[in-house]
Every structure is written in C-alpha cells, then in structure tokens.
Design a protein around this ligand. Structure first.
Ligand code: FAD
Length: 221
C-alpha cells in the first residue's frame, strides 16, 4: 500500500498527545523537546501499513522546527512516508536504572519525545543537499567538511524527509526510587545506576593508507 499524496491527508491526522499515565512527567516545552532530540542520533519511526504496525530505527537530526529523516528512494518506508503516511518518531534516552526496594516500584530514568505527523519530501536540490549535510554533521560534528561532495547519482538515490515538530509530547524521569514510606527501611540496596552512551576508541579501517592522522573531531574531549 502507498499512502495518498495530498496535503489534506497530511494535515487531517491529529495525534492524541495528552499524557494520562504519570502526566507530571510530561511537558510540552518545545526547547526541552529540541534538547532531547539534539542529544539523539537515532529515532524509531512508527507507522501502520495495511493494518500492520512497523517501528523502524533510523538516523535523525533536527533542523530548526523539523526532524530530518533520510533513506533510499526505493525503500518502502521512505516511499510511504514521502506519500504522506502518518507516522510517529520516538526518541528515547535511557539515563539510569532506578532500583527500588521492590520490583514493582523499580523504574528507569529517561528522557523521551514523540513527534507525530506526516513528513514531506525535500525536493529543492540545494535544500536537500543542505539537509543531508545537517544530518551528517549531526551524527559527527565536523565530519562533513572533510568529505567529498555527494554526486548527483547519490543525491538522486536518496530521499530526504522533513517532519515538522508541531504535534509532540515529552516525558522524562530523573529521580531516585520512590518507595512507599513503609518499605524504606527494608535492608535491600536501593538507588540509581546511571547509564550513558559513550564513544569508544576509534578503530581505523584496515584498508586505510598509512599516515592519515586522527581528525581533531575524533579526539576525546
Ligand atoms: C526508557 C523507557 C522505559 C519505559 N518502560 C515502561 C514499561 O516498562 N512499562 C510501561 O508501562 N511504561 C514504560 N515507559 C513509559 C511509557 O513510555 C508510557 O509513557 C506509559 O506506558 C504510558 O503509556 P500510555 O499509552 O498508557 O500513555 P498515555 O498517557 O495514555 O499516552 C498519551 C500520550 O502521551 C504521550 N506519551 C506517552 N508516553 C510517552 C513517552 N514515553 N514519551 C513521550 N510522550 C509520551 C504520547 O503523545 C501519547 O500519545 C517507559 C518509558 C521509557 C522512556
């Protein structure tokens, strides 16, 4: 199935972004949503085709008030999203395991954003080039300037999509365990195990010519 290509379809869908479960963990703050998005390199893109839900991990970057997604022009996902199929992009950072005195009250510290809507293909060649550069530099700041220009063939083989960050919700938790008062004296370790995604030591490609220095943007801070 391919989604119909018209703007009425794009604008008709209105997602339910009102948090009912633990709404105190929610926010509608655009800047907070942007900060969570900017910390991420991947998002999970959810959509339904012929009644079957799919959730596909993809590279993401923010460009102003939009999310950018890219992929092969022949992929089912890109063709359907470009045609206006409604989607939901979820971005999640797992910041810690929250170990309570019981399994029931154990939790996670996290930051997550869900962006709903319909994406549009970026067809203007200059805008597409710029958007793809934004994606490349978001994944590794400083990298784009060092790489050769993309060829026309490469650009033609790639779809770039823009999803407005208009319908969105934020949810986060950043706190110690919240055990009921009558369980706090139980002799079991309780607390938070912080978790973070960190880069490892760069591993040079085995076929790289000798004498190429590690670029500055790959030096650890
Ligand atoms: C790392 C992580 C682990 C989690 N583990 C669990 C788990 O094991 N079990 C569990 O029940 N829940 C878990 N959650 C919370 C889960 O994401 C949902 O918030 C929760 O299950 C309530 O879902 P609901 O559809 O009933 O919420 P509702 O409050 O009915 O959702 C309504 C709307 O709120 C917004 N929303 C809901 N959840 C989120 C979110 N996480 N981020 C941004 N917007 C949101 C969406 O716009 C949604 O349409 C976890 C969250 C994270 C980030």
């Amino acid at each position: 199935m391919t989604a119909p290509k018209n703007d009425k379809t794009r604008s008709r869908h209105k997602a339910d972004t009102r948090l009912r479960r633990l709404p105190e963990r929610g926010s509608k703050d655009f800047d907070l949503a942007c900060a969570i998005i900017d910390d991420a390199r991947i998002g999970h893109v959810g959509f339904t085709l012929d009644g079957q839900p799919y959730v596909v991990p993809m590279a993401v970057a923010r460009d102003g008030r939009s999310l950018l997604l890219h992929g092969s022009v022949v992929s089912r996902l890109m063709k359907n999203l470009a045609g206006g199929l409604p989607c939901c992009v979820t971005i999640t950072h797992l910041d810690g395991l929250v170990l309570a005195r019981s399994a029931f009250h154990s939790s996670m510290n996290y930051r997550s954003v869900m962006v709903f809507g319909s994406a549009s293909p970026v067809s203007d060649p200059d805008e597409k080039l710029r958007g793809l550069d934004v994606l490349t530099d978001h994944l590794l700041p400083g990298r784009r300037a060092e790489l050769r220009a993309s060829t026309r063939k490469e650009l033609n083989a790639t779809t770039l999509l823009r999803l407005p960050i208009e319908q969105f919700s934020v949810k986060s938790r950043n706190a110690p365990p919240d055990d009921p008062a009558n369980e706090r004296s139980v002799p079991v370790w309780a607390g938070v195990i912080p978790l973070a995604l960190t880069a490892g030591k760069p591993e040079a490609a085995p076929d790289m010519p000798a004498g190429i220095a590690l670029p500055r943007y790959l030096h650890s801070p």
